[in-house]
Ligand binder design. Structure first.
Ligand SMILES: Cc1cc2nc3c(=O)[nH]c(=O)nc-3n(C[C@H](O)[C@H](O)[C@H](O)COP(=O)(O)OP(=O)(O)OC[C@H]3O[C@@H](n4cnc5c(N)ncnc54)[C@H](O)[C@@H]3O)c2cc1C
Length: 407
């Protein structure tokens, strides 16, 4: 008889776990408190238009996420593949060509605009030294310490934005080792690993919806709007996987010890301009204020004239009202697009607990708990990666494999 597995939470971790187990012939039931699937990566309605709770990007190194997307029959055109392109207009542009690794990176650094030869060589030497050390540090330090000897332009326009985007943690408190894990698997791996994968659909449609169809087609169930209040509700199951954020865990399983996570926010500011407004590239860096990256939803999702600006990590922007932040971001965009009219409408989505702060030597809980039938999955569970979709999916797969390994 098929083993019965309950999974609490239909974010990317819970669904990844459910897909693997359903594929192995297990009877899976997923319980999700919300009507919408995807958790912290989901589509939300904005006056009849679907946007995301936060703009996300994937990179080619998201091997397991891509594998599961393929397994559940997700539409591969839902991700637009672009070679590495880091551009802060008027400052720095680092863009790779479709060359075999490591030529793609060497090309990108050697032909970078806005960096002088000394800076280009310093970046190449830095990567070479990291590679020689196999991207391992004898002991963890902060990313700020790691890049302290790099020239200021490289710190400001390359390493700091990359670290903040990947770890959602400012360099002064970010784990250098986790940052190196990300660099090892993206910039320093094969060319495709550093490609940007930009979504052309919302994040509920990208993986969670096809994953739910895959599970249901194999006899499983995905219960929406179904909050679990106590593990007693799941007593009929052989295994239970808690795939909720750590701040929801104590209500379900207070006996599981958790470290004191510090939370980092992410804000996404949507600004609707006339349809003809577009950027020179779907994703550009911003160098003059609160905004860090601006996305052209017209080029990506067909929502013409809609720009989305992302701010990762804690900062001065948090002292502003949403209205003042929207106005400030509009002014910052006019640096990139002069003569821009005021937006018709603006929406600020602030995820106050977007991800845990990925600090040095952070001890994260394991997949297994003291109870042999109770498992954890989620972006905060121990692993190589910071709180990213790939780290999340891998944690779900790890929980599934642990259960399969017990059978
Ligand atoms: C704004 C923002 C931008 C981001 N950008 C990126 C990016 O560009 N690239 C990237 O790789 N990562 C990004 N991330 C990180 C990524 O989204 C998260 O790491 C990931 O989505 C976490 O997934 P999860 O499954 O671990 O948890 P969650 O997504 O939090 O899922 C947990 C689910 O459990 C449900 N739940 C909780 N309690 C219960 C209960 N008692 N009963 C039933 N259900 C319950 C919740 O409703 C939720 O759906 C971003 C995150 C945010 C917030």
């Amino acid at each position: 008889m098929a083993r019965r597995i309950a999974i609490v939470g239909a974010g990317y971790a819970g669904l990844a776990c459910a897909v693997e187990l359903a594929d192995a012939g297990y009877h899976v039931e997923v319980f999700e408190a919300s009507r919408t699937l995807g958790g912290r990566a989901r589509g939300v309605d904005w006056e009849g238009m679907t946007v995301d709770n936060g703009m996300h990007i994937l990179v080619g190194a998201y091997r397991e996420t891509l594998r599961l997307m393929q397994k559940v029959g997700a539409d591969r055109t839902a991700l637009r593949q672009k070679t590495l392109h880091l551009e802060f207009p008027g400052h720095v542009k680092v863009a790779a060509l479709r060359l075999p690794a490591p030529l793609h990176l060497a090309w990108a650094l050697l032909t970078a605009q806005g960096l002088n030869w000394k800076e280009k060589i310093a970046a190449i030497r830095f990567m070479q030294a990291l590679k020689k050390a196999r991207f391992r540090l004898p002991r963890d330090i902060t990313a700020k310490q790691l890049i302290a000897n790099q020239p200021p332009a490289l710190r400001r326009f390359l390493w700091e934005p990359l670290c903040l985007a990947a770890l959602n943690t400012p360099v002064k408190i970010a784990s250098a080792q986790v940052f190196l894990n990300v660099l090892r698997d993206s910039l320093a791996a094969d060319r495709a690993a550093s490609d940007f994968l930009l979504p052309t659909v919302d994040f509920s449609r990208l993986f969670p919806e096809p994953a739910a169809r895959f599970i249901e087609a194999r006899g499983g169930q995905v219960h929406r709007s179904r909050r679990i209040h106590s593990l007693d509700e799941l007593s009929g199951f052989d295994h239970r996987v808690l795939a909720v954020a750590p701040y929801h865990l104590p209500a379900l399983a207070p006996q599981i010890p958790l470290p004191e996570f510090v939370w980092q926010p992410i804000a996404t500011i949507y600004l609707q301009y006339p349809e003809a407004v577009r950027l020179s590239f779907p994703m550009l860096g911003m160098a003059s204020g609160h905004g860090q990256w601006v996305f052209d939803r017209g080029q990506l999702v067909g929502q013409h004239g809609l720009l989305a600006v992302v701010i990762s990590g804690a900062g001065a922007w948090q002292t502003l009202s949403h209205e003042a932040l929207g106005q400030a971001i509009h002014r910052e965009i006019t640096v990139l697009l002069p003569n821009l009219p005021s937006p018709h409408k603006t929406w600020v989505i602030e995820e106050k607990r977007a991800t845990f702060a990925c600090t040095p030597n952070l001890s994260r809980p394991a997949t297994a708990t003291a109870d042999p039938g109770l498992w954890l999955a989620g972006d905060y569970v121990a692993g190589d990666y910071p709180a990213t979709l790939e780290g999340t999916v891998r944690s779900g797969i790890a929980a599934a494999r642990a259960i399969l390994g017990q059978s």
